[in-house]
Design a protein around this ligand. Structure first.
Ligand code: B1M
Length: 208
């Protein structure tokens, strides 16, 4: 592989923002394809996801890697769009109504972006109506709901129930500290994941 692409992958893994940006600029100036730069970036984030899942690294390291990824994406995204290379899959994501916790949801969002998902992040305290409007507007492959409070689990249930009434071909995935596989099944979600790395694997599975 080209030296600047190797450097980019290594910079993402180590969370080195400046190097990620300069390696991206170098690769693009050298005429390497935007897709090959994206692949190098995704390889770095994949590795971060695997190590996070294996408890070899923790939230701060993932956040630092995600910021390095963003520096690279700032340069890459306009070029990807101009070349017609669009993410294949999209996800609408948000923290459910009544719940203001977003650190975990943001981590999931960053990892999904690193896996080349288009992410429409609705933020926190998101009502069923806002989710439904976003589904109608963006026609996503997946809708992701996050909840951190036992008191907002009923909101998750009613949002899933409302979304399941929509006549659209998307899947619903849920997560957050109090959520379990059993709860996900009980409320009619299509999948549950316990952490950000598994969330990417689940989203990919739901899109397959
Ligand atoms: Co709050 N809070 N909090 N809080 N807070 C908890 C969750 C709590 C467990 C603390 C405690 O009492 N021990 C408790 C909930 C208890 C319960 O429900 N049983 C609690 C409470 C009670 C409250 C308030 C009610 C406190 C009060 O005001 N009396 C209040 C509620 C506000 C509201 O939401 N309406 C409140 C407020 C806050 C802050 C605003 C101060 C702040 C949030 C800041 C923010 O998010 N911007 C906060 C924080 C930081 C926490 C703790 C300390 C940390 C949560 C966190 O970010 N974890 C938390 C206690 C704890 O966990 N130690 C606590 C790190 C994050 C990376 O993990 O979010 O689990 P997590 O995300 C993981 C996975 O769950 C998964 O992937 C992520 C990454 O691996 N995941 C998904 C998450 N979403 C996913 C979605 C997916 C897939 C996977 O698919 C779509």
């Amino acid at each position: 592989m080209n030296e600047s692409l190797n450097q980019l992958t290594a910079a993402i893994k180590a969370g080195k923002r400046k190097i990620a940006r300069s390696a991206t600029a170098e690769a693009l100036e050298a005429g390497l394809s935007p897709q090959s730069v994206l692949d190098a970036l995704t390889e770095g984030m994949n590795d971060v996801g695997k190590r996070f899942k294996a408890n070899e690294i923790f939230v701060p390291e993932v956040l630092v890697a995600a910021r390095a990824m963003q520096k690279s994406m700032d340069l890459l995204e306009p070029i990807l769009i101009a070349s017609g290379i669009e993410p294949k899959f999209s996800i609408v994501i948000g923290t459910v109504e009544g719940d203001l916790h977003d650190i975990g949801k943001n981590l999931v969002t960053m990892m999904l972006k690193g896996a080349n998902f288009k992410v429409i992040d609705l933020g926190v305290n998101v009502t069923a109506e806002t989710f439904a409007n976003a589904v109608n507007e963006h026609n996503p492959n997946v809708v992701g709901l996050s909840a951190l409070l036992t008191t907002t689990m009923p909101a998750m249930e009613s949002i899933v129930s409302e979304l399941n009434k929509l006549n659209a071909p998307f899947k619903i995935m849920v997560g957050g500290a109090p959520i379990t596989q059993e709860f996900a099944e009980q409320i009619g979600a299509d999948g549950y994941s316990p952490d950000a790395a598994s969330a990417v694997e689940l989203a990919q599975k739901l899109c397959a």
